[in-house]
Ligand binder design. Structure first.
Ligand code: GDD
Ligand code: MG
Length: 366
């Protein structure tokens, strides 16, 4: 099989991180999310991946020199304007002349889904399209998929009201599609696979199947879920170290390369210290990722947060439940709390309080 990954979305819920970096290239513990997804596809022998681009396409091309990732050959298609999740597939298929079965993935789903099992199911059922399903507590933010006992889809409703959801099994954003499914998508116009193509296939009684899957699954598309992905990766949900070569210095506390940690500092799991990180006296790090070359001044506390690389944090700073972009500078005595997101290179003045804030890249808060 070859793969198409949908990575054209603007990642609006993760702004201002996604103002400068497209969502699939945001790091999850120092490794771009998309690399984790490509690793997963490679583990099923997939060697040909098409990236369906729209938003900030140059960032992807720059990220993968020679259009390679390990054994994977990458090809790119760039939509002139957003064509939606199905329009993007049709565009890619037409541009590249694809006439074979494809696995299609949303570009923001971290999963340990068994793709080989899914393909077997798809082939056995002679499906035109197979959707993988995962079970969630609240299905209202997802595509809700009801099936008969043999796995045939009987209903697909995108983002219903909670009380209207007939099941908690949702579309987990990985599909196997045959060329017959591509033909069901009109060319040259925006089309949503969730709101249009799947309902159209259903109405035509086409063989549309879904497979309930177990294993790890997370859509990283909201700030809370993006932070959650860090905890999960540090706790080993993907079955390997968070970064190749990183050392587990105590259970679920990782270091990558040389770090400088004052003996009075306390680091609690699940946490990660990137290479050349500097941690001063009496710092408390709890459930947090500190990116490469970041430094934390004395008496600072970082709880349930993610700091990208080269973040400079002063003395007696309080950071909790927040995300700090690359190269940001946080002044002495500042607080960054309650789901704040600080854009890359932004500066927070000493003593300032950022509570649930969104600070644009390169800007300054007093
Ligand atoms: N190329 C391209 N063009 N890609 C797009 C476009 C587009 O116009 N619009 C969205 N995408 C990509 C996004 O980049 C993302 O990787 C993927 O399509 C899904 O878009 P999201 O914006 O993340 O959708 P969602 O999370 O609200 O819902 C989708 O995912 C859920 C599972 O996480 C739906 O597929 C739901 O049915 C599903 O349950
Ligand atoms: Mg999503």
């Amino acid at each position: 099989m070859q793969a198409i990954i949908l990575v054209g979305g603007e990642g609006t819920r993760l702004r201002p991180l996604t103002t400068t970096t497209p969502k699939p290239l945001l790091p999850i513990v120092e490794v771009a999310f998309l690399e984790r997804q490509l690793d997963w596809l490679a583990s099923y022998g997939i060697k040909d991946v098409v990236l369906s681009l729209g938003y900030l396409p140059d960032a992807f091309v720059a990220h993968f020199p020679n259009n390679r990732f390990g054994d994977i050959n990458l090809r790119y298609v760039v939509e002139p304007s957003p064509l939606g999740t199905a329009g993007a597939i049709r565009f890619a298929v037409d541009e590249l002349g694809i006439q074979q079965r494809c696995v299609v993935c949303n570009g923001d789903v971290l999963t340990s889904l068994n793709l080989a099992e899914m393909e077997n199911f798809h082939v056995e059922h002679k499906a035109d399209a197979t959707i993988s399903l995962t079970w969630v507590d609240d299905p209202s933010a997802f595509g809700v998929v009801d099936t008969s006992s043999d796995g045939r889809v009987v209903e697909f409703i995108e983002k219903p009201k909670r009380e209207q959801a007939s099941t908690q099994w949702i579309n987990s954003g990985t599909y196997i599609l045959e060329p017959a499914a591509f033909s069901a998508i009109p060319a040259g116009v925006p089309v949503s696979i969730e709101r249009e193509t799947f309902p159209t296939l259903l109405a035509a009684a086409a063989p549309l199947y879904a497979l309930a899957t177990k294993g790890y699954w997370l859509d990283i598309g909201t700030p809370e879920k993006y932070r959650q992905a860090h905890f999960d990766v540090l706790e080993g949900v993907m079955g390997k170290p968070p970064v190749m070569g990183a050392q587990e210095v105590e259970l679920c506390c990782w270091q990558n390369g040389s770090v400088s940690v004052d003996p009075t500092a306390k680091v609690s799991p699940p946490s990660f210290l990137g290479a050349e990180v500097g941690i001063s006296a009496r710092v408390v790090i709890d459930g947090s990722t500190i990116g490469t070359k970041s430094s934390l001044g004395p008496d600072t506390q970082v709880v349930r947060s993610v700091l990208h690389d080269q973040v400079t944090v002063g003395t007696s700073v309080n950071i909790s439940d927040s995300i700090i972009g690359s190269g940001a500078i946080i002044g002495d005595g500042a607080s960054v709390i309650d789901d704040s997101i600080i854009g890359a290179g932004a500066k927070i003045a000493p003593g300032a309080t950022m509570k649930g804030a969104r600070l644009a890249p390169g800007s300054r808060a007093d």
